[in-house]
Design a binder for this molecule. Structure first.
Ligand code: KIV
Length: 263
């Protein structure tokens, strides 16, 4: 059965923890969907992980649309969350709505944007029009130029500000809020305070759900990775080994074999 925002509300109420993973292509999305991953985020991290940019900032709405459509084509049950890239929602609530609607038209079931009180008007416009919206607070990569080198957000007085932002997003209609790179105590505090689900990435075990970037989870991303990353596979080695074995087979005349030939 397709996952809906009502499922997240029920999981929150039952204190049932859940996961979200990023996905950027149809084949991987299908594997994750069949594995039962309930939420797939077509994050603007596609900029770093697929397109080779240094940050998420260059990602365009057209790129987000292409990858969101691909993921949506691979999925049957998971909720597909399309990410609004930098510059696609900040100018006005009307523009934010137009771009969110484009993501929904290519298959997103929900959209995500960064920022708290500054994004609340845009969130309200979208939710009133029937588009489920996920917020994103803490270290928000689209603000990397403004943040400088300090990654962990929400320490000291910033914690109260972040909580106020989270409340504003909930008030504006967000069905969930991603919390990135904040102290674990603050992650738990925001999760307690909100009626809607929190999804943590470097925000401690107190969040309702946890999200990881798929290339980090699979061990494709080279070192150094952020502290919160846990690798569940070593695809860098697997891919390198497969490519090396292929080259060796060809060099030694073992590939193609009789079973790989047409007659
Ligand atoms: O773009 C992305 O992958 C994200 C996650 C880090 C939550 O926003």
């Amino acid at each position: 059965m397709p996952v809906t925002t009502a499922d997240l509300a029920a999981w929150k109420q039952r204190r049932e923890r859940f996961v979200m993973l990023t996905a950027y292509d149809a084949l991987t999305a299908r594997v994750l969907d069949e594995a039962g991953v309930p939420l797939l985020l077509v994050g603007d991290s596609l900029g770093n992980n697929v397109l080779g940019y240094d940050t998420t900032i260059p990602v365009t709405i057209e790129e987000s649309l292409t990858f969101t459509a691909a993921v949506a084509r691979g999925v049957r049950n998971a909720m597909v969350v399309g990410d609004l890239p930098f510059g696609s929602y900040q100018a006005s609530a009307a523009e934010a709505f137009r771009n969110a609607a484009r993501l929904v038209k290519v298959g997103a079931n929900a959209v995500k944007l960064e920022g708290g009180r500054r994004s609340a008007k845009a969130v309200r416009k979208m939710t009133e029009a029937g588009i489920p919206v996920m917020g994103h607070l803490g270290f928000t990569p689209q603000s990397a130029n403004a943040f400088g080198r300090r990654v962990v957000r929400g320490r000291g007085d910033e914690g109260d500000e972040l909580l106020a932002d989270a409340m504003a997003l909930q008030e504006a209609g967000c069905f969930a809020v991603v919390l990135e790179a904040i102290p674990a105590e603050l992650g738990a505090r925001v999760t307690e305070a909100l009626d809607v689900a929190t999804i943590g990435i470097g925000a401690g075990p107190g969040c309702d759900g946890q999200v990881l970037v798929i290339t980090d989870l699979l061990g494709l991303t080279p070192d150094p990775t952020p502290r919160f990353v846990k690798r569940y596979a070593d695809l860098r080695s697997t891919i390198a080994e497969a490519a090396t074995r292929f080259a060796k087979d060809v060099a030694e005349g073992h590939y193609p074999g009789p079973e790989h030939q047409y007659h």
